[in-house]
Write a protein of this length. Structure first.
Length: 176
């Protein structure tokens, strides 16, 4: 069994394995899920995607995690913390992708909030970002719910993205 990283009231986030390829391939081939990406992924591209996720976890100690329902173990998406190089700066990005049949149930917010807290309290990150396409309003709503605010527009992978960010509040609250 893959290593569990985070558990919430309804969700389990665990290290992704090759056994997850069928689910990931199905999700990445769904035009609804991939509407803000350049295109849907073929099975071979999904296999490369899973390979990168596994490699990132091995190299950085974190990456996308497979998200499944606690009640059934059914996979519903991937949410995690990715190292990204944005405008010359290394950033910790919270990424979230929930399969379309599970939209509008609060799963992205629940999982991404848990990843934000994991980044701040377990990995001791001072700041996290999410890079979101300007037309992706649902994803922006998730970022706002995480306490993120839009900071700037950037070009990343040849496409414009809004950079949403939030910083960890120091113990005792904000400084005066």
């Amino acid at each position: 069994m893959a290593q569990a990283i985070i558990e919430t009231a309804r969700l389990l986030l665990r290290v992704m394995t090759w056994d997850d390829l069928d689910f990931i391939a199905t999700m990445l081939a769904d035009p609804r899920v991939m509407r803000h990406y350049p295109k849907c992924c073929s099975r071979d591209e999904a296999e490369q995607w899973v390979g990168r996720v596994i490699e990132r976890h091995a190299n950085h100690g974190h990456s996308f995690y497979l998200v499944s329902l606690n009640s059934s173990g059914e996979p519903i998406g991937q949410v995690g913390l990715l190292r990204q190089h944005v405008e010359g700066v290394d950033e910790s990005e919270i990424g979230y992708l929930i399969h379309a049949p599970y939209w509008r149930q609060g799963f992205a917010v629940e999982a991404a909030t848990a990843v934000r807290d994991f980044a701040f309290h377990t990995l001791d990150r001072e700041r996290v970002i999410s890079m979101i396409r300007p037309a992706n309003i649902p994803s922006q709503r998730v970022a706002f719910r995480l306490g993120m605010k839009p900071e700037k527009m950037t070009t990343w992978h040849d496409r414009e993205h809004l950079v949403f960010a939030t910083s960890r509040v120091p113990p005792g609250g904000p400084s005066a």
